[in-house]
Structure formats: C-alpha cells, structure tokens
Write a protein that binds this ligand. Structure first.
Ligand code: ADP
Ligand code: MG
Length: 498
C-alpha cells in the first residue's frame, strides 16, 4: 500500500501559527498533563502530533469491527476459573511477585467470599499496521496485527478523544492552511470519553437496580482507584466529568494505600457494601486506574486493599480474574484456533476469521514442543522477535538482538515466564511531534488502540452490554522501541483515513 506523502509543508509563518493554536487549544480543552515539578497545580499540553497520521481506512474499520468479539472472548476467559488457573499455572510460580500475587489475591478473596456476580470490562485492544513485503496485491499487503489486549487500567481514552477533536478543528477551521487542504473531511473523532463513561454508567445503573441504597447513606457513586502523584489525571477526569454531566453520577478518587482509610465495608443482607466514608456514599463501581504494575503495590497494604475491594459487593472494573486474563501468557495461548472456538461458541465463522486474522505468531518459552521451537528461534533469528514478560505499562520488553544476551542472564527454568512474539513491521512516514512546546520532526510509527466496554453476569455468563467505544492512536519517533506516552518517548495522535 502506498502511503500519502507526509506531512504537509506550511510556510514558517503558518507553522508557528499552527503550533501556537495547538498549545492554546490543548490547554483550553484539557488535552494536558500535570508537570512533574508542578506540585499538582501546573499543567502542560500533552505531547501530540501536529497532523493526524495516515492510517489505512480498511485496517481501521476492521479493528473497530472486531472489538465486541474480543470483549466477549476475554469476558468468557475470565469466567472460566479452572481453565485460567491451569493456563497460568507456570507463570504464577515463575512470576511469583506479580502474576503470582494477583492470583493469590484472588484465592484469598474467594476464601473470604466474592458476592458480586457482575463484572465490568473496560478493555483496549492494540494494533500495529503490518506491511507484508511478500505479498504483491495492494489490498493484501497491509493488515492490522494485535500487539496486546489490555484488561486493566486502560488509558488515553480521553486524551485521544481530545486530540481527534483538535486535529479535526485544525483541518476544518483552515488553521492548517492551504498545504493541508486535503485533510478536510478525512479526520475522525473518537467517542471514547463518553463511551468509557457510558460503560461505567451501565454498570452503575445495573447495580442500582439490584441494590437499594443502604439506609442512612447519601447516594451511590463510582470510585476511581488511582496512583499517587498521577500526572495523567485529565485523561481520568474527563471520564468523571462525562459521568457527571450525562448521568449525574458522582465519582471519587482514592489511592490503594488510602483505601482502608477512606472506605469501610458494611454488612447488609449478607453482602459487604463498600462505603466511601468522607461523604458517606455507597460505592457501586470500583474502577481501577492503578494496580496494573508491581510498583502499584509497594507494601502488603496495597495487596490487602486489593483483596478487600474484591470481597466488597461493588462491581469491579476489572476483577482480579479479568485482570489476569489479560496476561501476555493468556494472549499467547489464545492464538490457538481451537481454544478460541471453545471460548466463542456463538460467534459466526466470519467473526472468528476477522479476529484470528489479527494475530501474529506467539510462542511460549517453556519446555513444551512449541517452547523448544521458540527457544531455538530466539537464539537463531532474534531479529524477528520481541521477548515479553508478564508485565503491563511499557518498558519491560526485550527486542531483537538483545534477546540472546538477555536470556543468558536468566536461569533456563525462568524462561517460561516469558513469551516470544513475532515483530510486526509498521510502515514509516514522517510527521511532526509537539512536546512541551518543542517540535520534533522525523519518521514515526503508530499504534492503534480500540476501546471496548462489556458488562456480564458471571453467575450465568449472560452479557448485559457489549460495545466498541472509540479508539486511540499513539505514535513514536522511529528511534524508540516503545511508545509510552506518559513515560516520555511517544505522543498522542489521531487518524487521517486514506
Ligand atoms: P505493555 O503491556 O508494556 O504495554 P506491549 O506488549 O504493548 O506491552 O509492548 C509495548 C510496546 O512494544 C508496544 O506499544 C509496541 O510499540 C512494542 N511492541 C510490542 N510487541 C510488538 C510486536 N510484536 N511488534 C512490534 N512492536 C511491538
Ligand atoms: Mg501496550
């Protein structure tokens, strides 16, 4: 597929007008992050591309179309405790400190009692466009391939909505000028702020239907579990504001280490209602924007808070089992067709094909027959692969030539904690990135994330709501291997569909 020549070339004067407009628009509309040194009162515009990046329309539409099938797949996986336990058997031992602790927390909660049958998934499936040089047919030579499926604390739903509005504004208001005339009508707006809030609202209403407000308490609310010192707060706040503006639902924020201080459990009709004590409100939905990395649990206190919340009657997004079903190990096992079929008995063959078409090769690194093949590939052709541990949040992977040396530093018994994934080869084009007021120009590659929300009842596997709720494009300068926006090497982007 031929990518359009990019980016547009405005005059110097036009360019500085565009950049100034981006900064004002971003700060004016909350496309922003707190600064590290700003003591929580100073914000900076989020790092963004100046132009939306070219993205093939067919790949974009396939990614959106397949989202509800993926939602259902992961809901069904997290409901099958026996299967999940068996699938994670080795990594809970090998990665005892994190995957193991998550599983152990589930077991503890189960012993105490898990009473809430409803589960809310707020998911994001990430893709990179793959250019397959071996195919000559133009249509066939580009496809989207899944990088990973995220089941906990998915971020950038709000900032992606905002950046897509920004790029659309710049195109439609003629701010880009004559050199970018062709972008008019070719941008798209992600509805992810309201879409994510809608998911939370559906769970909230379902809880309200099944639970009368505990007498003596003010109202039912949503509780965001957040990281201390979070800089990406506006990405979370926009969802909170949407919940309030569209549904009149109030949210509160608490860090894991403060959960025990600011909430209590109140036994009512045989279940433990979660109460947010500063305002005497009943929590109907617990929404995690923390808890996905070992650093979120510096002491046993945070693990204890996680178990405690799991045993409360509030609906969790996600439950421990849903979080565990997003492990890289599960993604690897789920590339098997028969396994997928078993988890999606009601999907049409077309749906299944669409989903399977997004997979690249993924191998275990254990001593199974496929694991032994992977061990050989990792030594002999490392340039084709990325090695991943059971971690989320960026910065954990080992790439290409670094793989053999890295494996040497580990005892072989530990290798099974990793998966080996075929590298996706994205097309490169040029764009400009605006970060803290500075322009960076160069080759960029992009990763599309599609958001989904699903509410289901694990007592009877009934799905009450299942939606695709918008998307995110993140781009990075070609020189960096990973695209963590908040971590400093990537930026938020939107699509120019061609
Ligand atoms: P994390 O859970 O840390 O976000 P990911 O699996 O998303 O882990 O990997 C982090 C980043 O590494 C991705 O955003 C992408 O830029 C890059 N990456 C991961 N897997 C691949 C792959 N198979 N091919 C190319 N790049 C990849
Ligand atoms: Mg990722």
């Amino acid at each position: 597929m031929v990518y359009p020549s990019y980016p547009p070339q405005p005059s110097e004067k036009e360019e500085s007008f565009i950049n100034d407009t981006i900064i004002d628009w971003s700060l004016g509309n909350g496309l922003a992050m707190l600064t590290p040194e700003g003591k929580g009162v100073t914000a900076v515009h989020a790092p963004v591309t100046v132009y939306p990046s070219p993205f093939p329309r067919s790949g974009f539409e396939s990614a959106l179309n397949v989202q509800t099938t993926f939602n259902e797949l992961y809901a069904n996986v997290s409901d099958n405790t026996e299967w999940l336990t068996e699938a994670l058997k080795d990594v809970t031992v090998l990665d005892h400190d994190f995957t193991g602790k998550l599983y152990e927390s589930y077991v503890k909660a189960k012993e105490i009692g898990i009473t809430q049958p409803l589960s809310l998934g707020i998911f994001r499936s990430d893709y990179i466009v793959n250019e397959d040089g071996s195919k000559t047919n133009e249509e066939d030579s580009v496809s989207i391939k899944q990088v990973e499926f995220n089941t906990v604390s998915v971020s950038f739903g709000s900032l992606s909505s905002k950046v897509s509005q920004l790029h659309t504004y710049l195109a439609d208001s003629d701010t880009y000028g004559p050199s970018a005339e062709f972008l008019k009508g070719k941008t798209a707006i992600s509805k992810s702020i309201d879409g994510l809030a809608d998911g939370l609202a559906v769970a909230y209403k379902e809880y309200a239907k099944n639970n009368v407000l505990v007498s003596g308490y003010s109202k039912q609310v949503v509780l965001f579990i957040v990281q201390p010192g979070e800089r990406n707060v506006f990405d979370q706040r926009h969802i909170e504001y949407s919940l309030y503006n569209n549904y009149g639902i109030t949210s509160y924020r608490v860090t894991l280490d403060n959960v025990r201080l600011e909430t209590k459990l109140l036994e009512t009709n045989g279940v433990q209602k979660l109460i947010y004590t500063p305002t005497n409100a009943e929590v109907s939905v617990v929404y995690y924007r923390s808890g996905y990395a070992p650093t979120d649990y510096p002491t046993e206190e945070e693990w204890d808070a996680r178990v405690y919340l799991e045993t409360s009657h509030a609906i969790k997004s996600p439950t421990l089992l849903t979080q565990l079903s997003g492990a890289k190990k599960i993604q690897q096992i789920l590339t098997d067709k028969e396994t997928i079929r078993k988890f999606l008995p009601n999907s049409t063959p077309q749906n299944l094909e669409q989903l399977l078409a997004t997979f690249v090769d993924l191998y275990p690194m254990d001593t199974s027959p496929n694991g032994l093949i992977a061990r050989k590939l990792a030594q002999e052709q490392p340039e084709k692969f990325v090695l991943k541990p059971q971690r989320e949040g960026g910065g954990n992977n080992v790439y290409k030539e670094n793989i053999p040396g890295f494996l040497k530093t580990l005892p072989e018994e530990q290798w099974g904690a990793y998966i080996l994934m075929e590298l996706i080869k994205p097309p490169e084009f040029k764009n400009k990135i605006l970060r803290a007021g500075e322009i960076y120009f160069g080759g960029v590659i992009s990763e599309l994330g599609v958001f989904g929300t699903i509410l289901w009842d694990s007592s009877n596997s009934k799905i009450l709501h299942n939606e695709q709720v918008g998307w995110l494009l993140r781009s990075k300068l070609q020189s960096s291997n990973e695209g963590g926006v908040a971590a400093g090497f990537g930026c938020i982007d939107s699509v120019y569909l061609f």
